[in-house]
Design a binder for this molecule. Structure first.
Ligand code: FEO
Length: 408
């Protein structure tokens, strides 16, 4: 069967339409193939690129999807509108995970008007070339589609300078793009009331910590800005649509953006022969005996950094350990310390430890990074020569865990 015939068959076969409200549809796609988001963050459970379609006098698409999903995306659109044409395409955010399908949309609907704010079009045209019909909206401006009316709010740096959200006034649906998004495909469950929220909360926080946590102040500002409107549904461009309890996701974003931590400890270490790992176990015993119930221990060579950073965002205590490697620290620890320094989770209790072979380097480098980034260190950092087999070393490690627990 020819490629085009497959597409025509799929279009005429009529997918089951997913309605957020009368005449507002989900037309997004799941990405189960990309291994790393932004070619950087692991996606063991994939990610969704959500797009929405408003059927009205002026048919309107809210944010396209990535470039690799054009066929499926067009099928989703045409399963709702058939041979009618799309009039407006709202670009809330230029990043290619959303805008990648723009060229294909412009080819399919050459008379479409692309809607963005004053900062949208320069980067967009730098990615995709000139756009024929553009409509620029100001912060707070509205656009009538017929029975529906969209209002646009700029949310700079959530997650790029041009980012904005679109609010549909008659239904109270906020199309929030990256804000309130999360990793994980939508496995038949599109809405929050259909889903296992434990999984999606973890994937939302991992997304938050690794994508927008860096600009937490701007995120908080955006949340405060949106406090003035009545939001009934939050429809982000990744992850679940929050129609039953949007306050749940707003609360979490407020908590993460204001650096509120839970009592718990993340111990992340790099170890070549396991001795620094044994040190981590002793520190954990000290913390547990002092009453810490949530303790996560990560070998940085095994667990991808985005998962560790997500737990660091969640918990108050952060204990980092590295063996030495040619007078420096174990190399796989470098990415984690870089990410902590870059994303700057605040209100943490840090503690450090390291293993030394002949001249050390693991703890020395960690200490230098801690000083450069003004991390609040708790207890006395512990360096152990060889293995943690001497009583004095075991006591120092155990006490470091206890001190951390008491400081939380
Ligand atoms: Fe989902 Fe910043 O793109």
């Amino acid at each position: 069967m020819l490629h085009i015939e497959v597409l025509e068959f799929l279009i005429t076969s009529k997918m089951k339409q997913i309605e957020l409200a009368e005449n507002i549809y989900y037309v997004g796609v799941n990405d189960r193939h990309t291994e790393r988001f932004e070619n950087h963050i692991a996606l063991p459970d994939g990610v969704s690129y959500n797009s929405y379609l408003i059927m009205d006098e002026h048919i309107t698409l809210i944010d396209p999807v990535g470039a690799n999903f054009m066929e499926e995306y067009l099928q989703n659109i045409k399963s709702v509108i058939g041979d009618r044409k799309v009039d407006y395409l709202v670009i809330n955010h230029d990043e290619p995970d959303h805008s990648g399908a723009l060229s294909a949309i412009l080819r399919e609907y050459p008379d479409i008007t692309v809607v963005g704010n004053g900062k949208t079009f320069a980067p967009l045209e730098a990615f995709y070339g000139p756009i024929k019909k553009k409509h620029t909206v100001a912060d707070g401006e509205t656009l009538g589609l017929g029975a529906h009316r969209l209002q646009f709010f700029t949310v700079p740096m959530v997650h790029w300078p041009e980012s904005m959200v679109s609010y549909e006034q008659s239904t109270g649906i906020l199309f929030s793009n990256d804000a309130f998004g999360g990793f994980g495909t939508l496995n038949g469950t599109i809405f929050d009331d259909q889903a296992n929220l434990v999984f999606y909360e973890d994937e939302m926080r991992r997304y938050y910590a690794n994508i927008v946590g860096k600009v937490a102040t701007q995120v908080l500002r955006a949340v405060e800005k949106l406090n003035g409107i009545s939001i009934k549904t939050i429809a982000p461009s990744h992850g679940l649509v929050w129609r039953s309890n949007p306050a749940w996701v707003l609360d979490r974003y407020t908590k993460w953006s204001s650096y509120q931590s839970e009592k718990g400890l993340v111990i992340a270490y790099g170890s070549m022969y396991g001795n620094t790992g044994r040190m981590a176990e002793i520190i954990a015993r000290g913390a547990a005996d002092a009453g810490v119930k949530e303790i996560k221990i990560y070998d940085v060579s095994k667990t991808e950094v985005s998962f560790i950073l997500s737990d660091i965002w969640k918990y108050k205590g952060v204990c980092l350990g590295a063996c030495s490697h040619y007078g420096n620290m174990y190399p796989d620890m470098t990415l984690l310390t870089h990410e902590i320094a870059h994303f700057q989770p605040k209100n943490k209790c840090f503690a450090l430890f390291g293993g030394m072979s002949w001249s050390g380097g693991g703890l020395r480098t960690l200490t230098q990074i801690a000083e450069e980034n003004a991390w609040t260190l708790v207890g006395e950092s512990v360096e152990v020569k060889g293995a943690p087999i001497r009583e004095e070393d075991i006591d120092r490690l155990y006490n470091l865990g206890k001190t951390l627990a008491e400081a939380m």
